[in-house]
Write a protein that binds this ligand. Structure first.
Ligand SMILES: *Cc1c(COP(=O)(O)O)cnc(C)c1O
Length: 381
């Protein structure tokens, strides 16, 4: 069954629950049950014949059910990976090799940059780092020519800059390069890079897609059959397949994706107003707020707001005082979970941000409780 009746496409609430569902079979469980098997019984046909499973590293039913759902949300064919980094590594190394030029964001996820510096360079890939706010101009100048693969991260994490995916997609296609978008911050409900012209969308499902802070998962979706085949053999050969328990929990979490995202975004809108007006806070970024440098592109290209904001407090001690006084805002990294969290990025090193720069991830607690708690905590700064 595919999302969308004959009359009009289904909304995000329906898609979160029903995407990828198989046609009902009387007597079968309403929800797919987890299948915990490494090897499967073999018959007298070659393993894989008639779609039969042989060994779970290659594929298994629980994973396929989850992948069918996520792929439908993305509008492509999906493969799940053990983590977001496993998914990004698969895209980079299945699509590019020694001697190939690869363009990556200079302001994107820190571990992706470490992967480029410590592994890709060693393997002979030629990595160019371009800031997200500049990549569209670089593409327009024709400077992506000669690249094998261009990776965007929009909105970028943690600074939430947005670039125009469709504009870069036109340039990469003209240059014969593949375009992949790290869609983690937006999530598959917030943005559909494949519909905007990218061949690959990749993301960490550790974040909002599963959203309960108890899983590591990632995925890649693509509209390109050749890329899909290469990713599939990469995953099989390197063993970055997730286990069935993770896939089952991920699929279970997906049902509430729309509800969680809606509450997180409503909370973020209220928190943005508080942060914008508070004297201890500067440099607020939330792409959905009018006046934000990313607002025009974000509202054109994205489908709905998310729950992540960034802003700056005077220094590290100020962030410490805020966190010491808050009851509902917990210090933790990652984002997109049901708990509201604050991450002072400079404590990790790597991001080019001031010591008081923080990423706020709004959870699904009540808006008034979160705003009151944060206001009281900021007043102590
Ligand atoms: C978290 C994150 C990743 C890495 O995902 P893991 O599941 O932690 O491996 C990659 N890209 C972005 C933008 C992220 O936020």
């Amino acid at each position: 069954m595919t999302a969308g009746g004959p009359a009009r496409p289904w909304g995000d609430g329906t898609r979160s629950v029903r995407a990828g569902e198989a046609a009902p079979v009387p007597g079968a469980p309403l929800r797919p049950s987890p299948v915990f098997a490494a090897p499967f019984h073999l018959g007298d046909r070659p393993p894989g014949a008639d779609g039969a499973d042989g060994y779970a590293r290659t594929g298994q039913p629980t994973l396929r059910a989850f992948e069918a759902a996520v792929g439908e949300l993305d509008g492509g064919r999906c493969l799940s990976f053990a983590t977001g980094m496993a998914a990004i590594t698969a895209v980079l190394l299945a699509c590019a090799g020694a001697g190939d030029r690869v363009v990556l964001p200079s302001d994107g996820y820190y571990t992706t940059r470490l992967l480029a510096r410590d592994e890709l360079a060693r393997l002979g890939l030629r990595v160019d780092l371009v800031p997200t706010p500049e990549v569209e101009a670089v593409a327009a100048r024709g400077d992506l020519g000669g690249a094998r693969l261009v990776v965007l991260e929009t909105p970028s994490n943690p600074q939430l800059d947005v670039c125009d995916i469709a504009a870069v997609a036109r340039a990469t296609r003209a240059a014969g390069a593949l375009l992949a978008v790290d869609n983690t911050t937006a999530s598959p409900l917030g943005q559909r890079p494949l519909a905007l012209g990218a061949q690959v969308t990749v993301g960490s499902d550790t974040k909002a897609l599963t959203g309960h802070s108890d899983l590591l998962l990632g995925h890649v979706s693509t509209t390109d059959e050749e890329v899909l085949a290469r990713l599939r053999s990469w995953r099989d050969h390197t063993g970055s397949t997730p286990g069935p328990f993770e896939a089952w929990l991920g699929h279970r979490s997906l049902s509430t994706f729309d509800l969680r995202l809606a509450r997180q975004a409503a909370n973020a809108a209220a928190v943005a107003e508080l942060l914008a007006a508070h004297p201890a806070v500067s440099g607020l970024r939330w792409p959905w707020r009018p006046g934000d440098p990313s607002h025009a592109v974000a509202s054109r290209q994205m489908l709905r707001p998310g729950g992540v904001l960034s802003a700056e407090l005077p220094d590290a001690a100020a962030v410490g005082r805020m966190l010491g006084a808050a009851r509902l805002w917990t210090a933790a990294t990652s984002f997109g979970g049901v708990h509201s969290t604050v991450d002072r990025r400079a404590q990790w090193g790597g991001d080019d941000v001031p010591p008081g720069f923080v990423r706020f991830s709004c959870g699904i607690e009540d808006t008034d409780d979160l705003v009151d708690d944060l206001r009281a905590a900021l007043d102590r700064v």
